[in-house]
Every structure is written in C-alpha cells, then in structure tokens.
Design a protein around this ligand. Structure first.
Ligand code: NAP
Length: 317
C-alpha cells in the first residue's frame, strides 16, 4: 500500500509509521517538518517526508489536491480539527483512495448517558474541539454510508506514552502532582474523586489504525473507540500511584469550588475540561470488528510514561 499519513510524527505516528513500514507499506509523512517522532526507529529512513502546513493550505484551498497528487492508496488523517478541512479532503479524494482513516476523540460525547459509552450513543459534545470532531465524524459517516467514501473513524482517549506527560490523578497535566505523591504528601481531589479519565497508550492507538486497515471490510463506514480496556476514577488512579512510590494513599476531598482555588488556574481549567466530560468508553465494538486488543491497561500506560519522565528528570524524585 502507498500510505499517506498527515501528521505522522506525533504520539500515534511514532508507533504507527514503523508498523506500516515493517509490513511493507510505502509511507509518506506530511507535516510542517518541525518535530521528530517521540522515539527513534530505523524505519523512518524509509519514510518519504513531505513538508506542508495543513492550516495554511486549507485556507488556500490547496491541501486536498496536494494529498491527492501524492497518489495514495490509503490516507490517514491524524490532524483534522474542522469540518471544512474534512470536506476539502473528501472532495479531492473521492474515488481516488481505497481507505481513509480519521483520528477523532472520545470528546465527541460531551457527557455520557450510559457508561461505558458505546459508539451508538447520542453525541452531545460541547466546546469547539469536541463539537467539530463530532461534526467531522457525522460528515464522514454520511459520506461513507450514502456515497461509499471509504472512511473509518478512530476515537482515542487521553493519549499516553514515553516522551510526554500523562493526564494526572487530578485530571490535569501538571507533573508536580506525581512528585507530590512520590514525597508521600496528601493529595486533594475534587468532589469524591469518582469522576473518570480514560487513557490509552499511543502504541494501542497505532494498533487500532493498523487493524482498521487490515480489517477493511468491517471498518469502513464505522467509528471505533480507541482506549484502554477500562477508565479510571481519579481516586483509584491516585491510590495506584501512591502504591508505585511505596506509600499508603493519603487523599482528601473538596467540593469543586473550593478545590479549584487550591491549584493554579490553568490546572483547574484542564481538570474542569476533563472531569466535566468524565469519559468512559467501551472497546467491545473494536474488539469484535477489528480485533483490537490493547496491550496496556490505563495504569500500565501511565506507569510507562511516568518512568520515562523520571528517567528524563521531568519528574524529580
Ligand atoms: N493527545 C491526546 O490525548 C488526544 C486524545 C484524543 C484524540 N486526539 C487526537 O489525536 C490527533 C493527534 O494525533 P497525535 O497526538 O498523534 O499528534 P500530535 O502528537 O499532536 O502531533 C501532531 C502531528 O501533526 C503535525 N502537524 C501539526 N500541525 C500541522 C500542520 N499545521 N500542518 C502539517 N502538519 C502538522 C506534527 O508535525 P509538525 O509539528 O512537524 O508539523 C505532528 O506530526 C488529533 O486528531 C487529536 O484530536 C489526541
């Protein structure tokens, strides 16, 4: 296959691109060329790099043609955030590709009605990001089912892996929270600590893309959650991390309005964004239709990230 991946040097591409090269695909990575993958791999020597700024070329109306002219069999779009961008690409690629894979998010749900949420649950997104991702998904599903455009949508949870800070037990990205726990200090959680976060290792997201390509006949025209087997409550997550550092959990709880004053404003905002959604998604459909078998539980994925951050002195213990 000649595979064009848009945004292939990020969290997911770091794992996905070597997998595709190893199975014999010809891979073309389209990025601005500003960053390297999180982990080195010899496979990158075989990857053709094309420099393009998607945002600028979307505005100029040239991005769709740019991708079509690369003559792909498969297009993997890791970085589509606006419905208009999806329109442009689909119009250019209609009848030109065997498979089109879009990276969405479990924030398409907003707040869930039933958990673990299934892919057939109503979407009630809020905020620009989730609303646009839900609109892109609806558009691609419609294009697939009404006009036969070969689209598959993969919806990751909070992506975790070596090289980046995972969403922490307070539901934000402040690495100091791990240091605080490592010192055995009391950690204060909002509310009862029962709101949820749903992580996934970037390697498992890559696996889902790979398997969606492999099981083309059951993935086209479908959406799949791409998360670990189970979400974590903030409380359960915090308790596990205390255990990693050899401590008994020391937790206290405060109602949201008081809790938010105990942390920097940016962290409170990030926590709010995560716990108001409290994602908790089912992988049953992905297991059944594309044989998705995540290698990492949420805690295993976070454990690997935290160890990497300790080794690289981002988390100082
Ligand atoms: N992070 C999460 O926890 C999370 C959770 C759910 C869903 N998602 C979804 O995951 C997708 C992102 O995947 P990822 O996390 O693997 O990517 P990522 O780590 O954010 O990396 C982004 C990639 O896109 C390239 N890029 C960024 N801006 C670009 C532009 N204007 N033009 C061309 N290339 C550009 C980057 O390379 P250059 O900088 O060199 O251009 C890089 O290769 C998004 O669709 C997001 O909604 C993420």
């Amino acid at each position: 296959m000649r595979v064009v991946i848009i945004g292939g040097s990020g969290h997911v591409g770091t794992y996905l691109v070597p997998m595709l090269v190893e199975r014999g695909d010809e891979v073309i990575n389209v990025t601005r060329g500003e960053r390297a993958p999180y982990l080195p791999h010899a496979a990158w020597k075989q990857v053709q790099s094309v420099k393009a700024d998607r945002a600028a070329e979307d505005s100029a109306g040239t991005f769709g043609a740019r991708i079509r002219d690369l003559k792909p069999d498969v297009v993997i779009d890791m970085i589509c955030f606006e419905e208009t961008s999806a329109h442009q690409l689909v119009e250019a690629l209609r009848g030109q590709v065997q498979h089109f894979l879009h990276c969405g998010t479990i924030w398409i749900y907003g707040q869930s009605m039933q958990v673990p949420a299934r892919e057939d649950q109503p979407r009630r997104p809020f905020g620009h990001y989730g609303t646009q991702k839900a609109a892109i998904e609806a558009y691609l599903l419609d294009q697939a089912r009404r006009y036969g455009f070969p689209a598959t949508m993969l919806h990751p949870g909070h992506i975790v892996g070596e090289g980046h800070v995972p969403l922490n037990p307070q539901g934000n990205f402040n690495p100091d929270v791990y240091e605080q726990i490592a010192r055995g200090e009391t950690l204060v959680l909002p509310n009862f600590g029962l709101e949820t976060v749903h992580h996934v290792h970037a390697a498992d997201v890559a696996q889902a893309f790979y398997k969606a390509m492999t099981y083309w006949n059951t993935s086209v025209g479908e959406s799949f959650h791409t998360v670990s087997p189970a979400a974590l409550t903030l409380r359960g997550y915090a308790e596990a991390v205390f255990g990693w550092f050899g401590h008994k959990p020391k937790l206290e709880f405060l109602g949201w309005e008081e809790w938010r004053k105990t942390v920097p404003e940016d962290d409170a905002q990030a926590t709010w964004e995560h716990i108001t959604r409290s994602p908790n998604a089912s992988i049953a459909k992905a297991e059944r239709l594309i044989h998705y078998q995540p290698r990492y539980s949420s805690l295993e994925a976070v454990y690997e990230s935290v160890n990497w951050l300790i080794d690289h002195n981002v988390i100082k213990i």
